[in-house]
Design a protein around this ligand. Structure first.
Ligand code: ATP
Length: 643
């Protein structure tokens, strides 16, 4: 609690048991978290606050904690429900103007100076003289208003949004306006990622349990219970990523209850398992030495997690847990004939791939990305899609995550029926030698795939690891056999004016990686070659609405000087010849050396609209690629010397 009282900030301010959580308590907590750069301290502050919420909530009231946690991660629902904030700058400026009586030009000038609309809103509010103190805001009130804003659509929605925001801002005191505006923008910027919120939540639950039990724990017992609690909650959440289900169980049955009761459930998409890149077949064999493994085609489509519930409902989720059932109505229609009668409920992990039905040929990812994301009508579909299933995660009431891959694969083949061109099992070969893998790799490329996925088969290491980029899954792509080992997914944060023929579009772009621990974008390179005129036009159309007058505070700029800054939203997949240390860019600064790491000769591959900015490549992956490249160069030199 001492942490909550720092700098005379009084979090509690008369907040009594059974009363709604004051929004002021939450925003003061945010400001304390923002003020420190120490990770452990950030976590401890939030833990203390969440414990207070638990202690002050009425019995059987999970709502207070639920809403507080949602506001801490700046969401209003689980990912897959898709109630999203992210209100445009102009609406917010209008609302700030209306609630404070300041002119739009003054607000815009302040924004140019500060680069943070939250701060501008707070200062505008706090400099305003008011006769009456407004009624204090509460978390449930703010939460339900934010939901109304996020859900309002249609013609008059803009005016409605401005009016709700104006009303909220009018009631703001102290730090509240700053965080309401940042929440509305879609980014809190307090440097506390969801992973840390999960740790704080587990710690608060453990501390509340200790208090309720009345038992005395030694320091060691407490430390080990806190660590165990965090591990349990992280693992449960990766299997069932919805606080709506986890928090009520956590409050009623404690941490151990969560472990027993919260399991993978059809209808709630889990975060998919990901693969580590490898550069050569030799590297695969090194990693899987003396182990059993299988190679599968790495299909070039879109990841699709297909769920069937006991009640017959079917849903298709993307890599990012977005509901894609409306993008793939044909997939949903095709499915029934591929499911055996005995298969009542399931979760499949698969790749949806565009296919030419007449020739049976697979088509590249781009064919699918042309589809609308919503309201696709089966009769309008030009390009058909085939589902290539590679894993079965749940079957008839039982999660299968802990079973070895071999068993999951067996169950998959037993409970589904392959229908060529509509539903197929991912082609696999349990090859062992370099030659066999090489032949299978070439075959996969000939068949229109990106390369191979090599997966561990050994019983004790082939369980499904949700949300992990695991060493038990390796990807071997044709593209990077000669490059650094993987393409990178980077966020477009800036633009450079074009010259000559390109004066009406941006001619080059500034890219950044994303550090999910510190929640900041780190610049990595300027990219300007390899774009056709057409491409530049379409990038311009997509990026123009994202132009902002000043770089956002969460961009670690370094020496980069683009002409224009963008709201970091769009993700591109980029290939590079190699990585080098850089005095200009900030990516992975401090991980390998004080200097950052930059890409040499970056080449644009494609837009990744299945990824959000938070899913971009992280600095640790970049440092790993750099170190691996350095190692390969030393090995290469040694080999040459030996020869
Ligand atoms: P990328 O798709 O660019 O390789 P990513 O970050 O989306 O990167 P990775 O873990 O790197 O994901 O690669 C795995 C992806 O490959 C999966 O997300 C899936 O969409 C696709 N894929 C295609 N075939 C398979 C397969 N047989 N097994 C697993 N994933 C496959």
């Amino acid at each position: 609690y001492a942490l909550l009282k720092k700098d005379d900030v009084d979090i509690e301010g008369g907040w009594k048991v059974g009363e709604p959580v004051p929004y002021a308590a939450l925003t003061k907590t945010f400001s304390l978290i923002e003020a420190t750069t120490k990770r452990l301290e950030k976590t401890a502050i939030l833990t203390s606050f969440l414990l207070l919420v638990i202690q002050r909530s009425k019995k059987n009231d999970p709502k207070s904690l639920l809403q507080a946690v949602y506001l801490c991660i700046n969401r209003l629902s689980p990912d897959y429900v898709g109630v999203e904030l992210g209100i445009g700058e102009s609406i917010l400026i209008k609302a700030i103007g209306e609630s404070t009586g300041r002119s739009l030009s003054l607000i815009k000038a302040d924004l140019k100076k500060e680069g943070d609309l939250g701060l501008v809103a707070m200062n505008s509010k706090n400099n305003q003289k008011t006769l009456f103190k407004p009624k204090p805001l509460t978390v449930p009130f703010v939460f339900s208003n934010l939901r109304d804003i996020a859900l309002s659509s249609g013609q008059s929605s803009q005016a409605k949004k401005v009016s709700i925001i104006t009303k909220l801002l009018a009631a703001c005191q102290d730090f509240e306006a700053k965080y309401i505006v940042r929440s509305l923008e879609g980014k809190l910027r307090i440097g506390n990622a969801e992973r840390s919120v999960l740790v704080s939540l587990s710690q608060a639950a453990v501390l509340a349990e200790r208090e309720r039990s009345g038992k005395k724990w030694s320091q060691e017992q407490l430390a080990s219970r806190l660590e165990e609690g965090a591990n349990i909650l992280k693992s449960v959440y990766s299997e069932l990523p919805t606080y709506d289900k986890v928090i009520p169980v956590l409050l009623e049955f404690g941490i151990d209850g969560v472990r027993e009761r919260c399991k993978l459930t059809p209808g709630v998409p889990l975060k998919p398992m990901l693969a580590k890149p490898t550069k050569a077949i030799g590297e695969v064999l090194d990693r899987f030495e003396n182990k059993r493994f299988t190679c599968e085609y790495k299909y070039d489509g879109e990841r699709a997690q297909v769920h069937k519930l006991e009640n017959g409902d079917v849903a298709v989720f993307s890599r990012n847990s977005e509901d894609m059932s409306k993008k793939y109505p044909d997939l949903v229609d095709q499915l029934p004939k591929c499911i055996k009668k005995s298969t009542k409920s399931f979760v499949l992990d698969a790749e949806a791939v565009a296919i030419d039905r007449t020739t049976g040929k697979l088509m590249p990812f781009q064919e699918l990305s042309r589809r609308k994301r919503k309201d696709v009508k089966v009769e309008d579909i030009q390009v058909r899609v085939c589902l290539f299933a590679f894993d079965l995660l749940y079957l008839n009431g039982e999660p299968l995550l802990q079973l070895p891959l071999e068993k999951r694969r067996e169950l998959l083949r037993e409970h589904f029926i392959a229908v060529p061109g509509e539903f197929e099992f991912a082609k696999s070969s349990d090859s062992e030698t370099t030659e066999e893998i090489q032949i299978f790799l070439e075959e996969s490329v000939k068949d229109g795939c990106e390369g191979l996925m090599v997966k561990m088969l050994d019983t004790d290491a082939s369980f499904y690891e949700p949300s992990r980029r695991s060493v038990n899954w390796l990807k071997l792509k044709k593209d990077y056999l000669a490059g650094v080992g993987d393409s990178l997914d980077l966020v477009v944060v800036g633009g450079y004016y074009g010259k000559g023929k390109r004066t009406n579009v941006y001619g080059a772009f500034l890219l950044a990686c994303y550090d999910s621990d510190s929640e900041e974008f780190q610049t990595i390179c300027k990219i300007g070659t390899g774009f056709s005129e057409e491409m530049l036009q379409s990038h311009h159309d997509a990026l123009k609405p994202l132009e902002i007058s000043k770089p956002r505070g969460d961009i670690k700029i370094g020496g980069a000087k683009p002409d224009i800054w963008f709201e970091p939203k769009i993700v591109w997949e980029v290939l590079t010849a190699d990585l080098s240390l850089s005095p200009i860019y900030t990516a992975a600064q401090g991980l390998v050396e004080d200097r950052g790491i930059s890409l040499r000769f970056p080449r644009f591959l494609r837009v990744r609209d299945d990824k959000s900015a938070d899913d971009a490549t992280g600095p640790d992956q970049i440092a790993e690629l750099y170190e691996r490249q350095a190692l390969a160069q030393t090995k290469g030199k040694k080999k040459k010397g030996g020869d």
